[in-house]
Design a protein around this ligand. Structure first.
Ligand code: DAH
Length: 340
């Protein structure tokens, strides 16, 4: 009997060291201490012992039972502690991590912001907004604007042709022609939109945005043009902005000019932005060429007009200090988030 007890004790400690889960531990408990367990069976067998043997053997069995109970309890405790530790590790929260911003909301692209401000500056002066088409006819983009097929001015704009007579518009000026053909003066419109040219570097993109402006009425002259564009410049670039007009050439205006604004970074002293000149070129403009009025069915003896074309990327780059036009189209969120 005593041998049997030793056997059981050894077997329990050996099995216990191999136990790998709570389920296995519970099986072991049933196997030795359960109703039909091995130690329980020994206790039941006590009745077969002689009355002298019984108290000694009974005590040994009870000792074994208590020892096994203790071993099982210790193992169970170890398991519980291990599982608790494991659970804590798995559920560990890194309080130094920033949570995703659940309330994050989008914002307008800097080009859209600049476009909206440009529109606001002109609608405030009574201009209405027109839309044209991006896939345009050579006729509206060039011919009606006094740029015939063999005109050298076509070289100023590297054009994407779709067929001989259909192209991606190179300038929003095409909308001038479409408007004059369908509306009677007085005309006072702006047209913001995409234009396309085969150009690609730090200051040119094959797709970019312009805003065209056109005013046609009786007795329109350069003073009207200057007054209107001065007002725009003060509104968009700041109240103390000065402007100057320089002679230039566009086939659809005569005379033609470019407008510079005083550098709003250095206020005319000269800096990197204005390349030391104190002035920044912002747009092309002029008095509508009478040939264009005539082409579009408006009598140049009765009406005159002025027109201008503004580069929207250029305005956004100047206003927001963006050094490279390509950044505007990469849409890196770290860049875009600055313009909330
Ligand atoms: N279309 C010209 C360009 O893309 C800009 C321009 C200049 C538009 C003078 C005009 C204008 O309406 O009068 O370079």
């Amino acid at each position: 009997m005593l041998e049997k007890l030793k056997e059981i004790s050894d077997a329990v400690s050996e099995r216990l060291s191999a136990v790998a889960s709570l389920a296995e531990l519970s099986d072991l408990k049933v196997r030795y201490l359960g109703k039909n367990g091995e130690i329980t069976a020994l206790l039941k067998g006590l009745k077969n012992c002689s009355s002298e043997e019984r108290p000694v053997v009974g005590k040994r069995i009870n000792d074994l039972r208590q020892a096994v109970e203790k071993m099982l309890a210790e193992k169970e405790e170890k398991f519980a502690a291990f599982l608790k530790e494991k659970k804590l590790k798995e559920e560990e929260i890194d309080i130094t991590l920033s949570l995703p911003d659940k309330n994050a909301c989008g914002s307008l692209h800097p080009l859209t912001l600049a476009k909206n401000e440009l529109i606001q500056a002109f609608t405030g002066m009574g201009f209405s907004v027109m839309e044209g088409v991006e896939v345009e006819e050579d006729y509206y983009n060039f011919q009606l604007l006094n740029i015939p097929a063999d005109h050298p001015a076509r070289d100023m704009q590297d054009t994407f042709y779709i067929t001989d007579s259909i192209l991606l518009r190179t300038q929003t000026s095409a909308v001038q022609a479409r408007t004059m053909l369908t509306q009677k003066p007085p005309i006072r419109i702006i047209c913001p939109g995409k234009v396309y040219r085969a150009d690609d570097d730090a200051t040119h993109s094959p797709m970019f945005h312009q805003m065209e402006g056109l005013v046609v009425d009786k007795n329109i002259n350069i003073c009207d043009l200057k007054g209107c564009l001065d007002e725009f410049a003060r509104n968009f670039f700041g109240a103390d902005t000065k402007t100057r007009l320089r002679p230039s050439f566009f086939p659809f205006t005569e005379p033609s000019m470019e407008m510079d604004v005083s550098c709003f970074m250095c206020h005319g002293k000269g800096c990197r932005l204005c390349k030391g000149t104190g002035w920044i070129e912002v747009l092309g403009a002029g008095i509508v060429n009478p040939v264009v009025l005539q082409n579009c069915g408006i009598d140049p003896n009765e009406y005159s007009g002025f027109a201008f074309g503004i580069g929207i990327e250029r305005c956004a780059m100047l206003k927001y200090g963006i050094p490279d036009i390509r950044i505007l189209f990469e849409n890196d969120l770290r860049f875009l988030r600055q313009y909330k």
